[in-house]
Each structure stands twice: as C-alpha cells, then as structure tokens.
Design a protein around this ligand. Structure first.
Ligand code: PLP
Length: 413
C-alpha cells in the first residue's frame, strides 16, 4: 500500500468538503488579553480581539494563579515524572482532588489530563465492567462521550436533545432489572442549551439508572460558588458522577470526575486511561487549586462575566444582529452555510481584527453552521461595541459608515 498517497487522498477529500482545519496562531498576551498577536501569510504582524476563547473568567491571566504556577514549578520541577501509581502523586494532586470533591459535594474526585480523557476512561470502564450496562446518551453529547460509549460496545440508546419524554420512552424499552447509565451535559457549548437536570435526575430515580453529567462548560460560571449548573439548580446530590475541566473557566489544565468514594476508587483501580498515563505536573494542580479558591471567593467575577454577556447581547439587539435566545453564556449567530460562515470569519479577522471560529460540520450538523461568540470577564465595553459594529457591517452589508471611523481596538488601548 502507498500509505502517503492514501492519507493524502483522505486529506484532500476533507479539504474539498470544506471541513479541513487551519490553525491560526493565537499568540496570547496575559497583559492585553483578550487581544492577541498573529502573523499573516506574508509574515506581517497583527493584533486582534479573541471572541472564541473558553477562558471564560480570564483566570489564565490571573496574577495569583500565575504566581502559584511559577512558585510550585520552582519548588517541585516541571513534570511529575510518573503515573499516579508510580511516583506521580504529590500533596498538590491530593489537595486538588479534595477541593474538587468538596466543590461538587461528592465524597471524592479523580484527576485526569483532560475532561476528554476523563469522559472516555470513565464511561468505558463502567461499560466494560458492569455486565449488561445500557447507555442512554443525549444526541448532542460531546465527541469524548461518544468515543467513550463506542469504545465499550455496550447497548446504547440515543435520546433527542434535552427531550425527557423521549428519554423515558427509551428507558421503558429496557427491562427494569438491567443496569442503566444516563449520560448528558449541563451546558451544550455548540448550541448554548442547558439540560433539564432535575427532570433527568427524576427519571433516573424512577428507572433505577446511574447518572453522568459533563459540566465542562458549567464549572466556574454557574451556582453560588461556581460549582456549575448542578449547584445552581440545587441538584448536586441527585447526579451520581460529575465530569469537569480545569482548562476552561478555571484557566489552567486538566480534567476530573467527582462521585462517591466507591465509584472513584473503582475508576482509579480499573480505568486504563487513568492508570497508564503520567499524572498532571504538581504546579498545574496547585495553580488549578488556587484558581478554584479564587473563583469560589470572588462572586463579583462571575457577576461581572454575566454583566458582560448582558451587554454583548444588548449591543447585538441594538444593532439588529440576530442570535439564538438561550439561558447560557454562549451566544450563537446562525449562518446555516459552511462557505459563508468561513468567509465571514476570514473577513472579520482580516478587516476588523475580530477573531471568531466558524462552527461547521462535523462540530454541528450540516445546515446549523454558525458563529459562536464567547465574551470573557476581560472584554471591555469598547471590545463589545467594536464587535457589534463589525458584525453589523458584514451581516447587513452596511457600507454607509466608513470603517476608518471605528478602527480595530488597538492593543495599546
Ligand atoms: C462538552 C465537553 N466535554 C469535554 C471536553 C474536553 O475537555 P478537555 O479540554 O478538558 O479535555 C470539551 C472540550 O474541550 C467539551 O466541550
């Protein structure tokens, strides 16, 4: 076989279908976030405003978190040098797991190198080890959940997005004594919907199912202490396993699950994706712990984030920029055409210094292509006004106003 040409052909097919991914070099600036730097194809330097970072609370640029990372790195070194079982567990790992367990009101927590790995490992480990376990999975669940469920080849039932009636219909098709696991997310990041947690928890109780929630986009933002949608909805005790990330609102790196001591001990003992990989660097754990403590104590930060969101949506409404109504922090402008979506994004970057990732298939189904906008705690009113102006100009073909009247937000501002 000519491996190179086979692979090149597949890549060409991807390019022809418009789904090939080009990475923009987003050179972050802790000082000027959400501004960043990049060089164009001719090597010319530019700055632009990032409108698609998941660093929601801008914690990756928080001075206390950065100092903690530096301090512990100097004391403990960079990498951990081992798996959790073979010299890779430190006081920083254990402390962070205690913080996470308490935050989610669970008995224990377990760290992974990302929430993706936490999803795949936990779901596969449960599927492979609980005889006859049937998965019930929301049709919009993240790729890592799909991968985890596929990997263990158990029976699975896919319910329509956030449709509890459909979920109940499917639960009724499985004998009462068969083990079941309902898997869903709290905030669906690609369409901004929030799941009906209580209704799903009630069904789980009625049909004797375990429950697993991915709170990756909820953690840090929702609830009194930022523990997520479960905290906001007073449902922390009704869901068995919570999955979260340390890489988005927490602004550091890593993932985890929180659950009963028995479930955590089980995944710790049987989960291949937990056992056979080097543990997180100690300084990363310490920095994540510091970030969570900061989030828990600084209600004002969350409040400010949601005020920014309100301002963003008000600016869109004032400029007749249509977006999907939802109760989450994710603002979606439907475009419904892959080529147009990419063209708009390119134009926004090149002409307006606005960086937005076009969301195309396979991230969303064909026909649901959109611009997905994330405001962070560090976007200022000038950034918001600049975005609204730029979008209005491109979406409404507004050629009346000279762009020079409203130049891109400069880094030095
Ligand atoms: C819903 C959801 N779950 C899991 C993940 C994976 O998280 P991590 O980046 O921590 O691996 C992501 C995205 O990154 C996500 O959007």
């Amino acid at each position: 076989m000519d491996y190179q040409s086979f692979l090149n052909q597949r890549l060409q097919e991807l390019k022809n279908g418009g789904a090939y991914r080009y990475f923009l070099e987003v050179n972050k600036s802790a000082q000027h976030f959400p501004n960043f730097y990049y060089d164009d194809e001719k090597g010319q330097p530019h700055s632009a405003v990032n409108w698609c970072s998941n660093d929601y609370l801008s914690m990756s640029t928080n001075e206390e978190v950065i100092s903690k990372l530096g301090f512990v790195t100097h004391r403990s070194g960079t990498g951990s040098g081992g798996t959790r079982n073979i010299s890779g567990t430190t006081n920083h790992h254990k402390e962070l797991e205690r913080t996470l367990a308490a935050w989610h009101k669970k008995e224990a927590a377990l760290l992974f190198n990302g929430a993706y790995q936490a999803n795949v490992t936990t779901l596969q480990t449960l599927g492979k080890n609980i005889p006859g376990l049937v998965f019930f999975s929301d049709e919009r669940n993240h790729a890592s959940i799909i991968e985890g469920i596929r990997g263990c080849k158990n029976e699975k039932k896919i319910f329509r997005h956030n449709d509890v009636e459909h979920l109940e219909e499917l639960l009724q098709t499985i004998p009462a004594d068969k083990p079941k696991l309902i898997v869903f997310e709290s905030v669906y990041s690609m369409n901004g919907t929030i799941s009906p947690v209580k209704a799903i928890a009630d069904l789980a109780k009625k049909y004797g199912a375990l429950t697993y929630i991915d709170e990756v986009h909820g953690v840090g933002l929702y609830g009194e202490s930022g523990a997520g949608i479960l905290e906001q909805e007073d449902q922390q005790n009704s869901i068995d396993i919570v999955n979260g990330t340390l890489s988005k609102a927490v602004g550091v790196f890593g993932g985890y699950i929180a659950a009963s001591a028995t479930i955590i001990d089980f995944i710790r003992s049987f989960g291949s994706g937990f056992i056979f990989t080097t543990s997180l660097p100690p300084a990363i754990c310490a920095a994540a712990n510091k970030s969570i403590q900061f989030i828990q104590q600084n209600h004002q930060l969350r409040k400010h984030f949601f005020e920014n969101l309100k301002q963003l949506r008000a600016a869109f409404s004032n400029n007749e920029i249509e977006f999907k109504q939802n109760n989450s922090h994710i603002t979606i402008i439907p475009i419904e055409d892959a080529t147009k979506c990419r063209q708009i994004a390119n134009h926004l970057l090149e002409k307006h210094g606005v960086y937005l990732q076009p969301i195309n298939y396979p991230t969303v189904p064909v026909g649901e292509e959109c611009l997905r906008i994330i405001v962070t705690a560090r976007h200022l009113p000038k950034h918001i006004n600049h975005l609204a102006y730029s979008l209005k100009k491109i979406l409404h073909g507004d050629n009346q106003t000279d762009w020079q009247e409203f130049p891109a937000v400069a880094v030095a501002d």
